[in-house]
Structure formats: C-alpha cells, structure tokens
Design a protein around this ligand. Structure first.
Ligand SMILES: C[S@@+](CC[C@H](N)C(=O)[O-])C[C@H]1O[C@@H](n2cnc3c(N)ncnc32)[C@H](O)[C@@H]1O
Length: 306
C-alpha cells in the first residue's frame, strides 16, 4: 500500500505502509526482537521501496519505541535524577485529549514532519514539568514540535516564540496554532535564527530543529551543523539552569543497522563544533534514542558570547 505524504506525518506514512507486514506487527508487539526486525528491513530494501518508503523511512521504523509512554517517563526519570525537572510524571489523559485535537485540526499543508509520536509526547511531558515562561523554537518549521509545548506554556502564563527563515512554513504554523486556540501565547518570527537569538533574553527553554541548505557555502550553516551557530547565538540568553533541547541527535545505533552506522558517522562529523561548545557551556548532557534522537542539555554559569 502506498500512502500520500501530502497531509500527514512521516510516522503515519511508515506505520500505514508497514502495518500489513507480519514482521512489523511482531516487532511492534515485542514478539520479534529489534535486531531481527532491523535485519528483515535491511533485507527488503527493493520491496519496501516499491511500497513508497525510501531508505530513511524504512530504517526509521526499526527505531520506533514499543511503548511511547514508557519511553517518555524513562527519559523524564533520567532528567529528574539529574535535577533538570522536578519529576517524571505528566498528565496522560490531558496528553491524549490534546493529541486527539492535534490529529483532528492539524493541516500539514503538503509538508511532512519527522517529529515522531514519542518525540511529540516527550515535548508535551517535558514542558509540563518545566512550565516554561519563555520558550524559543529555532528552526520551528511549521510548528509541529512546538505545538506540544503550548498547553504547558499557556498554563505557566508564559510565551513561546517560533522562529524560522521560511515565511511559508511560518504562516502554516500560525494557521494551525490559531485553529488550536493558542495564538495569544505565541510569537511568530520569520528571521535567521542566529540573528534573532542575539536579541533574546531570559529564555528558559530553547528548542533546536533548524536544518541549513546542504550546499551552503559556510559549512557551519549546512544541514544540522547549523545547531552550532544557533546555540552560540542563544547562549547569552539562557540563564544557568536553562534548557536546550535538540531534535535529530541520533548518535546511538540500536541494532548494528548499516544505514544508521553511516548516518551516525555523518552526525558526529556535523556536530563536532556543536559538541565542543556544549562541553564548555552545558553541564548536563542527555541524549534519548527516540526515532530521530533528542538531546537535552543544561546551561552552566559560564558567560557565552555568541
Ligand atoms: C525541515 S525543518 C526540520 C524538520 C523537523 N525535524 C520535522 O521533522 O518537523 C528545518 C527548518 O529549519 C529552517 N531553517 C533553516 N535555516 C534556518 C535559519 N538560519 N534560521 C531559521 N530557520 C532556519 C528551515 O526553513 C526549516 O523550516
């Protein structure tokens, strides 16, 4: 079965396409190991391509958690032990109610998001613990990760700022967030994230998800290497204890999968300057092996001039 990517998430495309396969269902219910499932996926490239899944989507299915709630509470538990959040719980019923509204209302506008369900849930749960007063999303795309923070931001009487260089994605974010009734707590900014971040102050949560052009002349602006200039630019605005959260921190190969071995090598190279900067200016580093990988970092007290 092929699925249109016009109005849905990458997860929905992958899940709908693979659901007809016993191996995927067995993996999902825990009766096939992740490693065996990964080997099956790697052996079926042509067949799965024929169903419309590229190599990235095929292999991402091997990273899906078996239990999103457990994945999120484990991550929060780690952050709680580190002292980054007060506890590991979140209002599960409220999450389901909100997830239902997002599924109903959200218009992807012909675009595809690679924010996976457990990553959306993690943003919801983490922000319920943090209750951010000033959350900033650098490279917000059409707001599909940011939206999960908005119930907590609104409850805290805070504000969220979405920043993206692309006017088209920002107007899509604006329409969607209006439909969910959160426009009054959100600022929508079309700008280069580094330039805008230099104007910020007192940010308690900064979320990174920009992706620069692959052919950008400056290697620091290419693809996810752009996290380095964005993090430098926002550093002065994050007080000690402020949190930095980043998508696509995929650094752990869960199954010895050849596709991810290559991707991880590429990520490590792209993140070299960013990692050195994090070592110097962030005193807690946690990376969660979600489908695309999520990093959480706590700002230390050293002054950082971006
Ligand atoms: C494609 S999205 C990331 C997708 C996201 N991981 C998801 O799956 O939903 C990356 C975004 O970064 C934005 N971006 C790239 N360079 C930027 C910059 N210098 N400042 C702000 N946003 C930028 C792009 O416009 C794009 O909307």
């Amino acid at each position: 079965m092929t699925v249109s990517v016009r109005s849905t998430t990458a997860y929905a495309v992958i899940d709908t396409t693979l659901r007809g396969h016993a191996e995927y269902r067995d993996f999902q219910k825990g009766s096939m190991t992740r490693s065996d499932y990964s080997r099956w996926v790697e052996s079926r490239f042509d067949e799965l391509s024929g169903l419309g899944l590229d190599r990235d989507k095929q292999n991402l299915s091997t990273r899906f958690p078996l239990d999103d709630h457990a994945c999120v509470t484990n991550a929060l538990g780690t952050l709680a032990e580190d002292g980054l959040v007060p506890g590991a719980d979140y209002p599960v019923d409220a999450f389901h109610e909100f997830a239902g509204r997002v599924a109903e209302e959200w218009d992807h506008g012909g675009r595809t998001t690679f924010i996976f369900p457990e990553e959306a849930r993690l943003m919801f749960a983490l922000t319920q613990q943090v209750r951010p007063r000033n959350a900033v999303f650098l490279g917000s795309y059409y707001g599909y990760w940011a939206v999960w923070a908005l119930p907590a931001v609104a409850a805290a009487g805070g504000r969220a700022t979405l920043v993206d260089i692309d006017e088209g994605v920002m107007s899509l974010a604006e329409r969607n967030i209006a439909a969910l009734g959160y426009s009054d707590v959100v600022d929508f900014v079309v700008a280069d994230a580094s330039e805008y971040a230099r104007t910020l102050s007192d940010v308690d949560l900064c979320v990174l998800d920009a992706e620069g052009p692959l052919d950008a002349p400056d290697p620091d602006q290419r693809d996810k290497a752009i996290y380095y200039p964005h993090t430098r630019a926002v550093g002065h605005a994050l007080p000690p204890g402020g949190l930095l959260v980043a998508h696509n921190v995929l650094l752990e190969n869960l199954t010895g999968n050849a596709y991810f071995a290559g991707r991880i090598a590429n990520n490590k190279a792209q993140f070299a300057k960013w990692s050195a900067h994090l070592e110097e200016f962030y005193d807690v580093h946690r990376v969660f092996a979600t489908s695309e990988g999520v990093g959480v970092y706590r700002r230390n007290g050293l002054p950082c001039a971006g």
